[in-house]
Design a protein around this ligand. Structure first.
Ligand SMILES: [Zn+2]
Ligand SMILES: [Zn+2]
Length: 225
């Protein structure tokens, strides 16, 4: 308790959205978070009921659906970006609670799903000291009493996707993931966890690796798109 009070005194909390002192994500910024107008199919990105992949968009290695309840814009965008580079426990709980309290997440049927965070390459993880997707997945696992596994490994250290465009992004991550323990994947259902959905290319490649290893069903859950 004393340590926390001292830390607050030395490093006062500041809202990562607006800069106001008092909290990492102030109430007024939280109120600005927008829910998406409709759920999309992760393949064609057109409207789809509950985010399930359209039957006509399906292919053997494709995602089966996407949970992405919020719009990726200011101030949520700044808060997520800050969270990527600086680990703040309170913030990871807050962001995960946002995801958990969304209608789409609440209505998703999780029975037998294994949570798998999108991994960072070890080199990048060491540099940052943590993986934000792993933090989110761990909190979901604890609160929803689900199994979390990190049997997906990033074997290629790819440049950050944000620095690349379209085709280069796709090329950048092909073969980037390896499934470490195939026995745990065969016949299973996986919920891939990451912070945001931009082009979805990283998540799609991770999904393909899991399906090649024998996963029957793979959904992805992110905070925003
Ligand atoms: Zn604020
Ligand atoms: Zn579609």
């Amino acid at each position: 308790m004393f340590v926390t009070a001292l830390a607050d005194l030395l490093f006062p909390k500041r809202c990562l959205g607006c800069g106001r002192f008092g909290d990492y994500f102030c109430k007024s910024c939280q109120r600005k978070i927008k829910k998406v107008g409709f759920q999309i199919c992760p393949i064609c990105e057109r409207a789809a009921i509950s985010g399930a992949t359209h039957p006509k968009c399906r292919s053997p290695l494709s995602l089966d659906g996407l949970i992405a309840p919020y719009v990726y814009n200011s101030p949520l965008k700044e808060v997520i970006a800050a969270f990527k580079y600086k680990y703040i426990e309170q913030l990871s709980t807050l962001l995960t609670d946002l995801l958990l309290s969304s209608e789409q997440f609440k209505t998703f049927s999780f029975a037998d799903f294994i949570l798998v965070p999108i991994p960072l390459h070890k080199w990048r993880e060491n540099k940052r000291g943590f993986n934000q997707a792993e933090k989110i997945a761990a909190i979901i696992a604890k609160k929803k009493k689900l199994r979390e596994e990190d049997f997906l490994s990033k074997v290629k250290n790819t440049p950050p996707q944000v620095q690349l465009k379209g085709k280069a992004r796709k090329k950048n991550i092909l073969g980037a993931f390896k499934v470490l323990d195939r026995k745990k994947v065969v016949g299973g259902s996986v919920l891939l966890v990451d912070d945001v959905w931009t082009t979805g290319s990283t998540i799609k490649v991770a999904c393909a690796a899991l399906k090649r290893a024998g996963a029957i069903q793979v959904w992805a859950a992110v905070l925003a798109r």
